[in-house]
Design a binder for this molecule. Structure first.
Ligand SMILES: C[S@@+](CC[C@H](N)C(=O)[O-])C[C@H]1O[C@@H](n2cnc3c(N)ncnc32)[C@H](O)[C@@H]1O
Length: 256
């Protein structure tokens, strides 16, 4: 069981166009199915029955995907990150960096575990990647979660972090790095994450794509990968394990 209090902030929807397209697609297919029933198509014959059932089932499938997506973005990801933060076994005085913090879903939960520490968020505040994304919104959420004095927000690109080498005990990132276009550019972001992590520090990245490549890049930065796994159905952005978010966890050895 995780130790997170109920969320009081409003954290928006990740990539909000995605569930909208799923629901619209589902509605169109169900409408087509109903129209074929009403039109009398399919009254006889296997082919006609298939022409009714196929769009009906595909429409339901898209609705289920939209439902799974909305559940994950509004509830599931919070439950999973609460567990991940607990597993980091924070002492309460760490400096933690959240790369691509958005409206603060992970950043503020981390701040609640850092009574003597600091939770630092960087973002470019893209409202395509998260609905209503803005620094002011994250600050308002920090006030609602009562952690204003424990956080710092920076407007910065994750490929060029405005921090010294080894300045964080913990680096986390949730669903952000895949938004950087191009493998080479994502590698830059990962090298930055590794650079700002202290020797002995811990890193945890959750993302929906490319996690195998992230692990390779982090190893090339001499981090030791401790886990790479699916984060389970609570973090599926759709129905099925192919829509899963995966974790890459690592530590930076003391002698680096
Ligand atoms: C899907 S949102 C996730 C936000 C937050 N981590 C969460 O889990 O709720 C992705 C975030 O990555 C940010 N982002 C995208 N490209 C970025 C970049 N190059 N540098 C910093 N942040 C970036 C977006 O602005 C957005 O806030």
């Amino acid at each position: 069981m995780s130790s997170s209090p109920p969320r009081r902030g409003d954290y928006g929807f990740d990539a909000p166009y995605a569930p909208i397209f799923m629901a619209l697609g589902g509605a169109c297919l169900l409408a087509l199915c109903l129209w074929r029933v009403w039109d009398g198509d399919g009254a006889e014959g296997t082919r006609n029955r298939i022409s009714i059932l196929a769009p009906g089932l595909a429409g339901l499938w898209l609705f289920l995907n939209a439902g799974s997506y909305v559940y994950t973005t509004r509830a599931g990801k919070f439950a999973v990150w609460a567990d991940l933060l607990d597993r980091l076994a924070l002492q309460g005085d760490e400096r933690l960096l959240d790369i691509g913090c958005g409206r603060g879903a992970v950043l503020l939960m981390a701040a609640q575990r850092l009574p003597r520490g600091r939770a630092v968020g960087v973002d470019i505040w893209s409202a395509t990647d998260q609905s209503g994304n803005a620094e002011a919104v994250t600050r308002r959420n920090a006030t609602l979660e009562e952690v204003t004095d424990r956080i710092e927000l920076h407007t910065a690109d994750m490929r060029q972090l405005p921090f010294d080498d080894g300045s964080f005990d913990v680096v986390v990132s949730s669903l952000a790095i895949h938004n950087v276009p191009g493998a080479g550019e994502r590698a830059k972001a990962l090298r930055e994450a590794a650079r700002v992590l202290k020797p002995g520090g811990k890193l945890a990245i959750a993302d929906i794509r490319h996690t195998r490549v992230y692990a390779r890049e982090l190893e090339a930065c001499r981090l030791k990968i401790t886990e790479r796994r699916s984060l389970g159905h609570r973090f599926w952005y759709g129905i099925g394990p192919w829509a899963a978010t995966r974790l890459v966890a690592a530590i930076k050895p003391e002698n680096t």
